[in-house]
Design a protein around this ligand. Structure first.
Ligand code: SF4
Length: 352
């Protein structure tokens, strides 16, 4: 039977936990309590909002299906290519020697291999070749960036302490308050200066029409969360988020079953948020954290998801067993703990 993660926190006396939000020197007990606090990133937040049981499989049990998602693999490889490209530009400027593209290609290949080592995939048009083709087209599409965009940061990993800020919040989120708060974690893709003003750039890949995806991403909690983080950890708060969209799709022939040439497209959309937007997002995140802490306590993790809404949920094979928690047959799944703050050396994590 797996040990619930909340048990770690329960080992500390309530008085010590409550003292965390008071004024006293930062001692080793405080540090231990902080270590045991819930870590919540944008993806875990989405999972918890979509289905508590899904959040349990992924965040509490660290389970991944052996059959991976082709679209998530493509998204990871695209992100790595962008990281390689912009890291080079940040260090050496907008050179025209092609080395930034070389860096991007090797980062993409490396990530492709990492993804394929862990999981198996049904291959389709979302291939490494199409990703590299898209990369060349991306550089050409945004060739006016040279001289217009200054790259100031790439892939900043953050860990921000979220706490109840008023008595009303402490009453509304008693578990969050009792735990001394929780950590909002994540990774900001690229920081840029555009017309001398800072912006946070986030990369997204999609198979949907860009116009539809733009509507969907408008006021997306994920991006407001990134904006919140960028405001917290940057010397100069950003104006907003620039969402860099990459579309990739292909038609499958009914007669041959093969995919035709991939359609590749790009867009970049500015999103600006008000203080009220950010405050509402913060309260929503606090609310999600409260619900997760509640589930950690009672160990129910209700199956409240829409299992087939966006294709089949990858955890249906576990849920359909209706086994007591911890007694499922895990065939088709493997344990793979992942936390964004562990993906870089501790000294590179920006704590706020
Ligand atoms: S199969 Fe359904 S109930 Fe189970 S985790 Fe997925 S969405 Fe939730």
């Amino acid at each position: 039977m797996p040990v619930p993660k909340a048990t770690v926190r329960a080992c500390f006396p309530t008085s010590d936990i409550e003292a965390l939000s008071g004024i006293r020197p930062h001692n080793s007990l405080d540090r231990q309590l902080e270590e045991a606090m819930l870590l919540l990133d944008n993806t875990k937040r989405d999972q918890a909002r979509a289905c508590k049981r899904k959040n349990y499989w992924i965040s509490e049990r660290d389970l991944k299906p052996t059959q991976g998602s082709t679209s998530l693999r493509y998204g990871s490889v695209w992100h790595s290519a962008q990281e390689g490209f912009y890291k080079h530009i940040m260090k050496y400027g907008w050179t025209r020697d092609g080395k930034a593209i070389v860096k991007a290609v090797s980062a993409a290949k490396l990530e492709w291999n990492v993804q394929n080592e862990k999981q198996t995939y049904y291959d389709d048009y979302r291939t490494l070749e199409n990703c590299l083709r898209a990369l060349i087209l991306y550089v050409a599409h945004f060739n006016h960036d040279e001289g217009m965009l200054k790259i100031t940061s790439v892939e900043r990993v953050f860990k921000i302490k979220m706490q109840c800020e008023t008595e009303r919040e402490a009453k509304a989120f008693p578990r969050v308050h009792k735990a001394g708060g929780f950590w909002f974690t994540g990774r900001l893709d690229v920081g840029v200066e555009l017309d001398s003003r800072p912006w946070d750039v986030e990369h997204k890949t999609t198979g949907e029409a860009l116009s539809k995806q733009k509507q969907r991403l408008h006021r997306s909690p994920q991006n407001i969360g990134y904006f919140y983080a960028a405001r917290k950890i940057s010397k100069e708060p950003p104006e907003g988020c620039l969402i860099s969209l990459h579309h990739l799709s292909a038609y499958k022939s009914r007669t041959t079953g093969l995919y035709g040439d991939a359609k590749i497209d790009f867009d970049r959309v500015p999103e600006i948020y008000t203080d009220d937007d950010v405050e509402e997002w913060r309260l929503s995140l606090m609310s999600t954290a409260e619900e997760i802490l509640f589930e950690q306590e009672r160990q129910i993790w209700p199956k409240d998801g829409d299992c087939y809404r966006y294709g089949q949920c990858p955890y249906t094979a576990l849920c359909q067993q209706n086994a007591p928690l911890g007694q499922e047959i895990l065939e088709g799944y493997f344990v793979d703990p992942w936390e964004v703050t562990k993906t870089v050396p501790a000294k590179e994590v920006i704590v706020a």
